[in-house]
Design a protein around this ligand. Structure first.
Ligand code: PMP
Length: 432
């Protein structure tokens, strides 16, 4: 096992870095040309533009096949019915929908969320649920209430770029622990935690994406789930389980959430972004009672309350639409796109290696030896294909031999064309 790498998030902009192009992905924000540069809090100096965000401007040009973003394909939704539902909501319950609401979230929606989570073996009470502005806000709130500058967060290697950004902004140290085809490896997790304990480090959170990992595409096996929870408990580390994709398995039943093994030791995050629509920005956290109270206070201080209009729209959708069939349709759609992706990789890029994800949005591809994904990206964009370089998903700059390819948004034909273009770029890189 490679020893865990500890990278302080507190790196502030050095003068050299500060005068470099701040708009570059991964560069620190703020430059000496900014008259307020000297006034920022340390945590703001640690903030970085995500590689994905910096890519969006070019990747969204119509001539570019973007295998970069993780946007769900919403044309599968019954948009006319949703439009009518929204209009009806404002007509019949407008003074509630357009009013402030409870900091913890709408009670009816919290009851419905309990039903959704039961599909993954979670038995919780609506009082345990906090509705958030997407699970991204829940990541922020949990980190805010637990992490002091210099505290350690253990995250999978690789891990979700948006979570790494949150941990960085609270000046955490992130230590990666390896995954394989069955997800986070318990033996290596144990070694990581033991090493950190021996070094006197304070580990506050174990951040895991248990299903159809972003970017890894893998899921934690059934056998590993209770073991991971038990190891975290033994080391006194709270598990932060982030599960946007759990209901998007192509051929398998949802697996039990880590939360179902130890509700007191796991904060669970869910979202409607991938199973319904990210535009409503409705997600949630389920947490042990005392933690839940702190989450509500933290949420109130940042946004007062989640949007009532969004919550009531999602709640009405759950109550009136056949949301399970909608999810089944999404699964079929994404399965077809996954097949297009892995088929095209086998045809055009046999010198690379990849996993065949059983659900979700992403394939994690190891490039042929000697290639650097980040260096290759500008040439790929010139060849009209975009991907996210693996370095985005590590705290310490590793991952340059991998790319994340998303198959959620482009049509199967566009996916095949994108992989064909990517293979052309790889071939010319190898010839260099
Ligand atoms: N966690 C993971 C692993 C994700 O992939 C995403 C979205 N890409 C999020 C959290 C945030 O989702 P949202 O805020 O839309 O619920």
């Amino acid at each position: 096992m490679t020893p865990p790498t500890v990278v302080p998030a507190t790196e502030t902009a050095t003068p050299a870095a500060a005068t470099a192009t701040a708009a570059t992905a991964g560069a620190p924000t703020g430059t000496r040309l900014d008259p307020w540069f000297g006034s920022y809090a340390d945590r703001a100096h640690g903030m970085r533009a995500s590689e994905i965000r910096a890519l969006f401007a070019v990747a969204n040009r119509p001539e570019v096949v973007s295998l970069a973003g993780g946007m769900p394909y919403l044309e599968g939704l019954p948009l006319d019915a949703i439009a009518e539902m929204s209009a009806d909501l404002v007509r019949t319950r407008g003074t509630t929908a357009l009013q402030y609401g409870s900091g913890q979230g709408d009670e009816t929606l919290r009851e419905q969320i309990i039903d959704v989570m039961r599909l993954e073996g979670i038995e919780a009470h609506p009082d345990d649920v906090v509705v958030t502005t997407g699970s991204q806000q829940a990541l922020d709130l949990v980190t805010r209430i637990f992490v002091n500058p210099g505290d350690v967060v253990v995250a999978e290697a690789p891990s979700y770029v948006g979570a790494l950004g949150v941990f960085r902004s609270y000046q955490a140290e992130v230590v990666h622990s390896p995954i394989d085809a069955d997800g986070l490896v318990p033996e290596l997790l144990e070694q990581t935690l033991a090493g950190l304990a021996a070094a006197g480090k304070r580990v506050k959170l174990l951040y895991v994406i248990p299903n159809y990992h972003n970017p890894g595409g893998v899921s934690i096996s059934l056998e590993r789930r209770p073991r991971i929870v038990e190891i975290a408990r033994r080391y006194g580390v709270l598990v932060l389980e982030d599960n946007p994709y759990g209901l998007l398995g192509f051929d398998e039943e949802p697996r039990p959430a880590l939360h179902s093994y130890d509700p007191e030791g796991v904060v669970y995050l869910g979202t409607f972004s991938k199973t319904f629509a990210p535009g409503y920005r409705v997600g949630w956290a389920v947490a042990p009672h005392a933690v839940r109270e702190k989450l509500v206070l933290a949420a109130e201080s940042s946004i007062l309350c989640p949007s009532n209009a969004s919550q009531l729209a999602v709640s009405t959708y759950l109550a009136t639409a056949d949301w399970m069939s909608q999810i089944k349709q999404f699964r079929e759609l994404y399965r077809e796109r996954r097949d297009a992706m892995v088929g095209a990789l086998a045809e055009h890029l046999p010198s690379a290696s990849w996993n065949v994800p059983a659900g979700g949005f992403y394939t994690w591809v190891k490039l042929p030896d000697g290639l650097d994904a980040r260096a290759m990206l500008p040439r790929a964009v010139t060849a009209r294909v975009a991907f996210v370089p693996g370095t985005a998903f590590y705290y310490d700059g590793s991952g340059s031999d991998h790319v994340r390819l998303s198959f959620c948004f482009p049509s199967p034909e566009r996916i095949r064309e994108g992989v064909r273009r990517l293979a052309g770029v790889v071939a010319s890189e190898l010839d260099l």
